[in-house]
Design a protein around this ligand. Structure first.
Ligand SMILES: Cc1cc2nc3c(=O)[nH]c(=O)nc-3n(C[C@H](O)[C@H](O)[C@H](O)COP(=O)(O)OP(=O)(O)OC[C@H]3O[C@@H](n4cnc5c(N)ncnc54)[C@H](O)[C@@H]3O)c2cc1C
Length: 380
């Protein structure tokens, strides 16, 4: 793996801590979690104790006040161990910033410290059975009644919902106002009357992490759980956060293709056919050369995007570009690497097979790649 040039010695200490945590707490449990289709809640409290959750959160809420590189290190270490399906980044780098950036002070002090320790785990629910790309067409409704919102509707494909203590739910508070009628509400799941978890959906990949249906029937949410306390800001909040989310997805894609490349090179140096190592067959060597080149270009592009992000110059189009391109290239590189493993490449027990199925999600989640191109095209 090519390391980011921005890592400090402190980042490397953090990396050692993350690596040990994954080796100790995650790897021995892969099979059990896969069978259960979800990691247990205590994984989160253990991760919190080890300092892995919300590393960027401000110290006044109990966070370490870290940066994007801490997030990158967690992704790198998860990917190295072929465990990138665990939704640490969803909890820490996607949901916690909504609370920190847009929440009221009461919301920050209630949720952030608990997210950092892992006492509270979180999910975010935007997608509905009728569609995820066209968010403005969502049907879930939240109607204000006195001191509460009454929530009705359905969501699907929601990651981490099985063990979530709260779910950030996108709902229409004013259906006549288009994008300005969407709000985000914090639904605490314990004893929430009218809230039901549907199936934990069976997926082709990312089998350790749960993905669920949600149903809301007259669920009463206290009005103070409206994110930020002002109605109609949900769509704006979602759009503001998407570039960073897409950059994080690109990080995962690049690191995943780097890992696949390294694994394929090692395998081709070890396995022999027709009296020589696979890497000594020219066609295999060319495949590896192409994979290595694509991966190197992707890493350079990613580093450029990280620099733009740090300089506060990373916009919606930049996020869409890096997300679609790296996730497409990731699938291409991993597919070509898998071929070099022959039959072993098709066995789920081999990391390359898990990378292949898990990487496919990158082209769909976080906004499909077609939507990314549409977004870029509209800005031309
Ligand atoms: C494992 C997994 C985890 C997920 N986790 C979450 C989560 O935690 N929270 C959450 O809210 N969502 C989550 N999602 C949902 C994900 O974000 C959506 O699946 C995605 O946004 C696409 O929405 P859709 O599935 O409804 O497809 P649709 O919107 O129905 O799109 C279907 C197809 O039509 C194409 N299409 C649609 N509109 C256009 C257009 N204008 N131009 C060109 N092509 C178009 C799409 O690209 C796609 O190929 C998850 C999904 C998966 C698979």
């Amino acid at each position: 793996m090519i390391s980011s040039s921005h890592y400090t010695p402190e980042h490397e200490v953090f990396r050692t801590n993350v690596r040990r945590f994954i080796e100790r707490e995650c790897l021995p449990n892969r099979k059990a979690w896969q069978e259960n289709c979800a990691p247990p809640h205590e994984l989160w409290t253990r991760a919190g104790e080890a300092g892995l959750l919300c590393p960027k959160a401000a110290p006044r809420y109990g966070g370490a006040g870290g940066d994007l590189y801490h997030c990158m290190i967690i992704i790198e270490e998860q990917t190295r161990a072929c465990f990138n399906e665990l939704a640490f980044y969803l909890h820490s780098d996607i949901i916690a910033p909504y609370i920190e950036l847009y929440g009221t002070e009461d919301q920050r002090t209630r949720y952030l410290p608990r997210m950092i320790t892992g006492e509270f785990t979180a999910a975010i629910a935007m997608t509905e059975p009728s569609g995820g790309s066209d968010l403005q067409a969502m049907r879930t409704r939240a109607v204000r009644e006195g001191g509460h919102y009454v929530l009705n509707g359905q969501k699907t494909f929601i990651s981490n919902a099985q063990t979530a203590d709260f779910i950030l739910v996108a709902a229409k508070t004013d259906p006549s106002a288009g994008a300005r009628g969407v709000s985000l509400l914090i639904l605490e799941t314990a004893d929430a009357k009218g809230f039901a978890l549907g199936r934990n959906l069976k997926k082709i990949g990312c089998k350790v992490q749960d993905t669920s249906e949600l149903f809301f029937e007259n669920v009463r949410i206290p009005a103070e759980n409206l994110l930020g306390g002002v109605e109609g800001r949900g769509f704006y909040q979602l759009m503001q956060r998407l570039p960073e989310e897409r950059l994080i997805m690109a990080m995962s894609a690049v690191v995943n293709m780097e890992a696949a490349c390294d694994e394929a090179i090692a395998y081709c140096k070890d396995r022999r056919t027709f009296g020589k190592r696979i890497i000594d067959h020219q066609s295999a060597r060319f495949t590896l050369a192409e994979a290595k080149t694509t991966t190197t270009v992707a890493r350079a592009y990613l580093e450029r995007c990280i620099d733009l992000f740090v300089e506060d110059r990373f916009d919606a189009e930049a996020g869409a570009m890096v997300k679609w391109w790296t996730t497409e290239k990731c699938c291409e590189v991993i597919d070509n690497c898998l071929q070099l493993f022959g039959g072993y490449g098709y066995m789920r027990e081999t990391p390359i097979a898990r990378r292949w199925t898990d990487a496919r999600l990158g082209r769909i989640a976080g906004g499909t790649n077609e939507i990314m191109k549409d977004l870029i095209g509209r800005a031309l």
